[in-house]
Write a protein that binds this ligand. Structure first.
Ligand code: NDP
Ligand code: OXD
Length: 310
């Protein structure tokens, strides 16, 4: 049996090979190998697998994403229909995302962009942001990452709400759900945090209509996927002042191209898809545990619902 790691990033392949080999000392680990030796591949570990490549593995048993998101897997039009897909859930990923969301919510809450402008003008002035119970933070997506961020934000006392697909109870705030819950959720949100998976239902959801439903001067933090955001709508909303600012970690095209208007827009804070990093050693351990579970006939952790695509 063999494990095949598929990635377009040659740089990361070596680190991944090391991580996987440490966990699977007796197994054949292949990196982007050709189809000749593929008949014995049982497990694929992937990031943006080349379209059609997974379908060419006749004995494939499980596809493991090395990210929490699996949109890069569903982007393959020839994806085999009956092979389970597993996304990455691990503590490092969750902790880092929580750090990123808390850091950026606090940044906007305490109006640090305004202080940067004041400092550039050598101006000593106090601003008076609302206290946390009066600052309404709204989290789109209350899954592994959104709920961990919510737990952390609750400790500061923010007024929290969330938007999910299915209705549910949440002890930390009101949960709005489904398409009909979106406008009321946005209407009570000063700081909007996107933690959704990218699916056909959520593509382009951060658009002019959503921005119009937010209170004047709201801010956006997108730490999910670039495909959630209609970039031109955000630029327009920032220009008119409907939105005060945005922190963007993800983009429709990555890396963000030189000269892209986001780079130079003073109201946008750009980070290069680092909200949460995947560490090959930790991720390989998580995948190894899941392979052991699969072999023992136990349920896989992070199994994706192929119909919902998350
Ligand atoms: P989960 O699958 O655990 O949670 C997804 C949440 O989104 C659920 O609460 C789900 O609702 C909600 N949701 C899905 N579809 C809809 C919809 N149509 N309408 C309303 N709510 C919806 O995902 P994770 O928390 O693990 O990860 C979220 C995403 O974060 C990943 O898919 C990935 O794209 C992104 N990510 C980005 C990283 C970065 O570095 N920038 C790093 C890691 C992840 P329900 O509870 O009802 O099912
Ligand atoms: C992920 C990511 O999905 O890093 O984990 O974006």
């Amino acid at each position: 049996m063999a494990i095949l790691f598929l990635t377009p990033s040659v740089n990361s392949a070596a680190r991944w090979a090391d991580g996987l080999r440490k966990e699977f000392e007796d197994e054949d680990i292949r990196i982007n190998s050709g189809p000749e030796g593929d008949a014995d591949v049982e497990f694929a570990v992937v990031w943006k697998p080349p379209p059609g490549r997974l379908a060419a593995l006749p004995n494939l048993k499980v596809i493991f994403s090395i990210g929490a998101g699996v949109d890069h897997v569903f982007a393959d039009p020839d994806l085999p229909k009956d092979v389970p897909i597993v996304r990455l859930i691990n503590e490092t990923l969750t902790t880092q995302m929580t750090e990123y969301v808390v850091m950026n919510v606090l940044w906007h809450h305490r109006e640090m962009d305004d202080y940067a402008i004041l400092a550039a003008a050598e101006t000593w002035r106090h601003l008076h942001p609302p206290r946390t119970p009066d600052r309404r933070v709204g989290i789109m997506g209350l899954g592994v990452l959104g709920s961990a961020a919510g737990d952390a934000l609750a400790r500061f006392g923010f007024s929290l709400a969330a938007w999910t697909r299915e209705p549910r109870d949440w002890p930390l705030g009101e949960v709005f759900s489904g398409p009909e819950g979106l406008a009321p959720f946005l209407g009570r949100t000063d700081i909007l945090v996107c933690q959704l998976p990218l699916t056909p239902e959520t593509t382009g959801i951060l658009n002019a209509r959503s921005f119009a439903a937010l209170p004047q001067g709201a801010v956006l933090i997108n730490a999910a996927r670039g495909g959630h955001l209609v970039e031109s709508d955000l630029l327009e909303a920032l220009k008119t002042g409907r939105l005060k600012g945005a922190t963007l970690d993800v983009f429709a095209d990555e890396p963000l191209a030189p000269g892209h208007p986001f780079w130079s827009c003073p109201k946008v804070r750009v980070t290069p898809h680092i909200a949460s990093l995947t560490y090959p050693d930790a991720a390989a351990r998580t995948i190894a545990r899941n392979i052991a579970r699969f072999r023992a006939g136990e349920p896989l952790i992070g199994l994706v619902d192929s119909a919902r695509e998350y």
